[in-house]
Design a protein around this ligand. Structure first.
Ligand code: PLP
Length: 354
């Protein structure tokens, strides 16, 4: 696919603005830093994980990008680190979509694409997934128009759990539109990440996160993989220090422990199989899942939202109620817990359903 002129694709106001350049992004190797009005006498807190919190973080997250790049097999200049992948979703909308342009996604999917787009006053066009939550690619492609600026695809999809087949992804990429592929749950899927496709499709933007398989939701670190020219546009709308120093360091430490992440993923997948089988035994419909959660539909005579309420009020167990959402009627989403947590959930369910 030919090179893309990302500057031309950026919003007019972004095109004409200059990226904020902090002194610290230009110089990091000096002995005395008197440029950023920090507290030279030090922090009120001691160093944590060897991070001096009195100093601003590296605005370019150089080390983290380098190591994450090695981990996923992409060059550092194609990686942007964000305050969670949520920040990168926000930046993409902010930088690329004009008020009279649209975003296109399918439904049901992760709600933040819509939430952020609507906050920016943008129009969201949605294509309904089929009854088994697969995508009819032809139906989807028909909705692409001159107004479509960003396409959001989530794979494995939250909350339905399934991976988007690569052939369909490529079909959508061949339209030349900017395609954001949110791979928040990819570590749990049998399929590999689509990182290799970045070389073939400069219009592909992949989102990854440390919040799920890495078990670091509290850190707020996510990564966007994309053409370096797209990153240059996002840098213009990004707050310079959105990823703090401790988070950068701890995400780096996590990457050095990737074996542990992989071992945990295995455990979660084994628990998922056991939980799914038990839920089926209780007469519930469990949709196939390539992620760390199960979408479960209750039989018509049982109200999913009543079950959700009972689980919380009588047993202190929280699951996500989607029962009133279109296409997710009478469904809840259950995150796979530890073996003990899943047993408690199953016991509670059997009491509620009795
Ligand atoms: C599909 C999807 N994308 C992105 C996110 C946000 O991830 P982060 O914690 O990196 O902001 C989530 C969180 O639930 C998610 O489900």
């Amino acid at each position: 696919m030919p090179k893309i002129n990302f500057t031309k694709l950026a919003k007019k106001s972004v095109r004409s603005s200059a990226a904020y350049s902090s002194a610290r992004s230009l110089v990091r190797d000096a002995s005395i830093f008197l440029d950023a009005n920090e507290n030279a006498f030090g922090s009120v807190l001691p160093k944590i994980s060897n991070v001096d919190l009195s100093r601003y973080p590296d605005p370019l997250a150089q080390k983290l990008r380098e190591q994450f790049g090695k981990f996923v097999g992409a060059s550092k200049d194609k990686i942007l680190v964000g305050n969670g992948s949520d920040e990168i979703i926000w930046l993409l909308l902010l930088a690329f979509v004009e008020a009279d342009e649209e975003i296109l996604t399918f439904t049901p999917t992760f709600s933040m694409y819509r939430v952020f787009a609507e906050l920016l006053g943008l129009r969201v066009r949605e294509v309904a997934l089929e009854a088994d939550y697969s995508l009819d690619a032809a139906k989807f492609l028909k909705q692409i128009s001159a107004k479509t600026k960003l396409i959001f695809l989530c794979s494995p999809n939250n909350p339905t759990g399934q991976v988007l087949p690569q052939a369909q992804l490529e079909q959508i990429l061949r339209t030349g539109k900017l395609v954001v592929l949110d791979e928040a749950y990819i570590e749990f899927a049998p399929e590999k990440s689509t990182v290799d496709l970045l070389r073939k499709f400069p219009n592909l933007i992949i989102l990854r996160t440390f919040s799920k398989a890495w078990g670091l939701a509290g850190l707020r670190v996510g990564c966007g993989l994309m053409d370096a020219a797209a990153i240059a546009v996002l840098q213009k709308v990004r707050a310079p220090y959105s990823v703090d120093a401790l988070s950068q360091k701890l995400a780096l430490d996590a990457l050095a422990n990737s074996k542990k992440m992989q071992a945990t993923v295995k455990k979660i997948l084994a628990e998922k199989e056991k939980l799914a089988a038990k839920l089926w035994e209780r007469g519930l419909i469990v949709f196939p899942s390539d992620a760390n959660f199960l979408l479960v539909r209750f039989p018509a005579e049982v109200s999913a939202s009543r079950v959700q309420k009972n689980l919380l009020e009588k047993f202190g167990i929280v699951v996500r109620d989607f029962s009133h959402k279109k296409f997710l009627e009478n469904c809840v989403r259950i995150t796979v817990g530890t073996s003990a947590e899943n047993s408690k959930l199953l016991l509670a369910l059997s009491k509620i359903l009795k």
